[in-house]
Structure formats: structure tokens, C-alpha cells
Design a protein around this ligand. Structure first.
Ligand code: SF4
Ligand code: F3S
Length: 106
């Protein structure tokens, strides 16, 4: 499965959702996650993310390992998103900022 990682938080470009053939992205207030039970490993979303926040689970950076469980958990709480949205305010300024996990809204 593919996993959305920390750099999506407050960037939330949503370019990723338009290419997913099985609609497995779910949307929270400032972050998206992938449903691990729906993802078919097509790889299409990974290059679409301007924030480089999407990884195959086998390629997850060590400091992002917790995001695998976080995607599985939050998928159950959040609705599916299939259409790209306007970028959040100042989202490019948040791109690459460290320690954004504390800013995740549920
Ligand atoms: Fe969707 Fe394919 Fe990305 Fe999985 S790898 S989330 S199926 S676009
Ligand atoms: Fe997030 Fe990248 Fe999608 S920033 S919303 S995973 S395009």
C-alpha cells in the first residue's frame, strides 16, 4: 500500500486524489490519508504530490514509519475525497517544514 506522510500536513495540495483509480484518499481538516485496504499499489499518486509526501510502504523513510498506522487509523474517521480542491492558504510556505505532526487536526 501507499502512505501519506508528514509533509502533507498543512500543504494538502490534493493533486493526488484525481489520479487514484479506486478512490482511496480520505480527507481530514489539514491532511489526507490513503485507505490501506483499498490501495491497489498502482503508483499513480506518488509523482503527483508536489510535496513529495506519498511513499510506498516499503520505501517509507525511517522517521515516517508511524504514518503507516496513522493512515489506517484516520481512514476510518474521515470521508473519501475524489476532487482536487483549492490549495489551503500559505500551503507552499508549509512545504518542507519539520515537525508538523503536532499540527495535525483530526
Ligand atoms: Fe490510489 Fe494508486 Fe495511490 Fe494507491 S497507489 S493511493 S491506488 S493512486
Ligand atoms: Fe497531501 Fe500531496 Fe495529496 S500534499 S493532499 S499527499 S498531493
Amino acid at each position: 500500500t501507499f502512505v501519506v506522510t508528514e509533509n502533507c500536513i498543512k500543504c494538502k495540495y490534493t493533486d493526488c486524489v484525481e489520479v487514484c483509480p479506486v478512490d482511496c484518499f480520505h480527507e481530514g481538516p489539514n491532511f489526507l490519508v490513503i485507505d490501506p485496504e483499498e490501495c491497489i499499489d498502482c503508483t499513480l499518486c506518488e509523482p503527483e504530490c508536489p510535496a513529495n509526501a506519498i511513499f510506498a510502504e516499503d520505501d517509507l523513510p525511517a522517521d515516517q514509519a508511524d504514518f503507516k498506522a496513522l493512515n489506517a487509523e484516520l481512514t476510518k474517521l474521515w470521508p473519501v475525497i475524489t476532487e482536487k480542491q483549492e490549495y489551503p492558504p500559505e500551503n507552499k510556505e508549509w512545504d518542507g517544514k519539520p515537525n508538523k505532526l503536532a499540527l495535525l487536526e483530526r
